[in-house]
Write a protein that binds this ligand. Structure first.
Ligand SMILES: Nc1ncnc2c1ncn2[C@@H]1O[C@H](COP(=O)(O)OP(=O)(O)O)[C@@H](O)[C@H]1O
Ligand SMILES: [Mg+2]
Length: 247
């Protein structure tokens, strides 16, 4: 699953991110000096226990939360605030319940391209995500897995430079989750998407990642990087478990 590294700037570069929240009973240092790069076409999993700051980190990268220190750049350009270059898929789909599947996929791209192009882009993204049959369904008429396909299609149509996913398959049953992981991998294979994928699940990270960033908590920080190159998923799982256990 290794991919050629670009020679230019990283697709995503995170430098020295720190964040402290003020809570009722004092300060909570959620992220301490977090730095990493993600290359174009790379799927990097951020793995760590609940509460280690994964979602906060993703929100900072997305520009939905601001860091106390550090910065985020996309293809060498420092970013602040949200932008279409970084699109997020959360665990909870945020589909418009009154719009059909096709209309949900079209929504964010409307006005950004000519009508005929929009039509063909919607069709193409429905095909890519296996949703063609469901184009005219409403979100309440489709399963959780199908909803996450819509959530994926509606951001891919925007051609983000980095796709940010926060436990996107966490609410799905095991079989659906596996199908979604396969779908994501085949989409990356065909289209070279760059993905920062958050999970607390060792098995999920081992199944999909090119590289894993292992985090620890209190304060949230990077504990280790593991490239999965040349390892099979069983070896990656074992390696990740021992990294997570180590003090
Ligand atoms: N807006 C906030 N204000 C105060 N504390 C927060 C806020 N967001 C998250 N936290 C706290 O920061 C810690 C890390 O949260 P989070 O980033 O959601 O972790 P994870 O996604 O790894 O489970 C938790 O203890 C959480 O309660
Ligand atoms: Mg989280």
């Amino acid at each position: 699953m290794s991919r050629l590294k670009g020679t230019g700037p990283a697709a995503l570069s995170v430098r020295g991110i720190s964040k402290t929240f003020l809570e009722k009973d004092g300060e909570l240092e959620v992220l301490s000096d977090v730095s990493f790069d993600i290359e174009k076409g790379e799927l990097v999993c951020v793995l760590g226990p609940s509460g280690c700051g994964k979602s906060t980190l993703l929100k900072i990268v997305a520009g939905l939360e601001s860091p106390d220190r550090g910065d985020v750049s996309v293809e060498g350009r420092t970013v602040s605030g949200p932008g279409r270059d970084r699109c997020v898929v959360f665990q909870e789909d945020a589909l418009f319940p009154w719009l059909t599947v096709a209309e949900n996929v079209a929504f964010g791209a409307k006005g950004r391209m000519a009508k005929s192009e929009l039509r063909s882009e919607v069709k193409r993204h429905l095909e890519m995500t296996g949703l063609s049959r469901f184009a005219d369904y409403l979100p309440r008429e489709i399963s959780g897995g199908m909803k996450q396909r819509v959530a994926l299609a509606r951001v891919l149509i925007l051609k983000p430079k980095v796709l940010l996913m926060d436990e996107p398959f966490g609410a799905l049953d095991a079989q659906t989750r596996e199908a979604m992981q396969d779908l994501l991998l085949s989409l990356i294979e065909d289209h070279s998407y760059t993905v920062m994928f958050i999970t607390h699940d060792v098995g999920e990270a081992a199944a999909i990642a090119d590289r894993v960033i292992v985090m620890d908590r209190s304060p949230g920080r990077i504990k280790a990087f593991l490239s999965t190159d040349g390892l099979d998923p069983t070896e990656v799982r074992a390696e990740l478990r021992s990294i997570m256990k180590a003090r």
